[in-house]
Design a protein around this ligand. Structure first.
Ligand code: DHB
Length: 451
């Protein structure tokens, strides 16, 4: 099977949303590896503004050769993701129509690539699980290799690929941005028959990344432990995890913008906690500047028209715990993450020593390499990994699917390595993504314009 892109087979389609007409060329369902595990899934689609095929036409200054390639992944909950299409739908409750990010990206002048990706729960005809880690990241990398292998043949600029995802999709977007060309993934890519090309990307957009899974339980208890648990047994677990977090954070040797060490005391207070708090203060201040009345939030301290402080504990109680301890590697199994770290024959496995030692179901521990390959933190300071030049990380200020500490640690680690990481905790936003596409595209245009 050839991985050479065929530009002669396509359909032309038109969609209209709120007065905006998007006519695009759709190259669909193209296999992106030579030896797929699931031939009907490991396919990609490419969508291109049709205007680019008319002489001299450009949108926002981009043309067929220069347009950035927007690469949203459809991964949620670490489940498989299907190739998506530009789409418009009507909200049954409100009657309002919405367009997805693919539509908006085409309207803005980007080339859009969407791919089918393996995920947890998938089985082959022999009843073997075939979507466990690291399948999803290997599929993403194979897509990038396909695009770069076809440089000059595929529409768009393959040196301006911007990955985008939400939640588990945000996590794999951050992983794609952190692990470019790293040898750890090579055997898998070879086995799949991925194209012979590099797989680093230009930029990664990550909404509420559910990442750093092997440390996310400690982070969750560091933050939400104060909200209590349902049983005395889980309370003990929570306390033990909380106590482990400062050692982890201190080992990262993170620094703030001024070079101050972001450490934690044994009781969980200290410079890192203050830094997290500072990010929340900035969010509140931005909202106040917009003219929003914040007086009903008893955890926000406003003085002389400025947000001068927040009560971190009150703020955490205001958001409250969503997941029981441990939040990700459940001692009774059953989480999406336990399933992600399964293998061919085992549905659920542990991925932290802690949960394995406390396992109520005598669960197995996943292999070290499988766990390593799913965590961007392991690659950010590894010179063998080509990092994206730009990251944009957003975690809603009322999101509690993972601890605030997780995206803060990721963004800080990137910044400490000299990588441009644009980070914010948008006010009032829960666990969600793609809610600020205008700002996202503004950022894409800005970073793409840099030499
Ligand atoms: C997602 C949400 C979670 O809370 C989680 O643990 C994993 C994935 C998601 O929405 O993708």
């Amino acid at each position: 099977m050839s991985l050479v892109f065929d530009s002669t087979t396509y359909e032309i389609k038109t969609l209209v949303h709120e007065g905006v007409t998007v006519t695009y060329r759709a190259f669909t369902h193209i296999p992106y590896v030579e030896k797929p595990v699931l031939p009907d899934w490991q396919c990609l689609s490419i969508y291109v503004p049709e205007a680019y095929y008319k002489d001299e036409a450009s949108i926002n200054g981009y043309n067929l050769a220069t347009a950035p390639i927007f690469f949203p992944n459809a991964v949620g909950g670490y489940k498989p993701g299907k190739e998506c299409e530009p789409e418009i739908w009507t909200d049954d409750n409100t009657g309002a129509t919405h367009a997805n990010s693919l539509f908006h990206a085409l309207a803005h002048g980007y080339v859009v690539v969407s791919a089918g990706l393996r995920g947890r729960g998938m089985k082959d005809e022999n009843d073997k699980f075939i979507g466990c880690a690291p399948a999803v990241i290997c599929d993403l990398k194979a897509v990038i290799r396909y695009l770069r292998f076809n440089k000059g043949r595929v529409p768009g600029n393959v040196e301006r690929i911007i990955s985008n995802g939400t939640s588990a999709g945000g996590a794999i977007s951050s992983l794609l941005g952190s692990t470019g060309n790293h040898p750890d993934y090579e055997p898998y890519l070879k086995a799949m028959g991925a194209a012979n090309a590099t797989d680093n990307i230009f930029a990664a957009s990550c909404y509420c990344p559910i990442t750093n899974l092997d440390h996310a339980d400690m982070a969750y208890e560091w933050e939400f432990g104060r909200c209590g648990t349902k049983t005395p047994e889980r309370e003990t677990i929570s306390k033990e995890l909380q106590a482990m977090f400062p050692t982890y954070v201190n080992g990262l040797k993170l620094k703030d913008e001024l070079g101050n060490a972001l450490t934690l005391n044994a009781n969980g207070t200290g410079a890192f906690a203050d830094y997290v708090k500072e990010q929340v203060i900035m969010t509140c201040e931005k909202e106040l500047t917009k003219g929003t009345d914040l007086s009903s939030y008893d955890w926000i301290v406003v003085k002389d028209g400025k947000v001068v402080d927040i009560d971190l504990t009150k703020y955490i109680f205001y958001r409250t715990r969503m997941k029981e301890a441990p939040a990700f590697d459940n001692i009774a199994m059953g989480t999406p993450e336990n399933e992600l770290f399964g293998n061919e024959n085992t549905f659920y496995r542990h991925f932290t020593k802690f949960a394995c030692e406390h396992s109520e179901v005598n669960g197995e521990l996943a292999e070290e390499m499988q766990i390593k390959m799913m965590n961007p933190m392991n690659y950010i300071d590894d010179a063998s990994a080509t990092k994206a030049q730009y990251f944009r990380i957003r975690h809603g200020a009322i999101d509690r699917d993972t601890s605030l500490a997780i995206p803060v640690i990721l963004a800080t680690k990137l910044k400490n390595q000299g990588i441009d990481a644009d980070f914010a905790l948008p006010w009032g936003v829960p666990h969600a993504g793609d809610y600020d596409l205008d700002e996202l595209f503004e950022w894409v245009d800005k970073v793409c314009a840099e030499p």
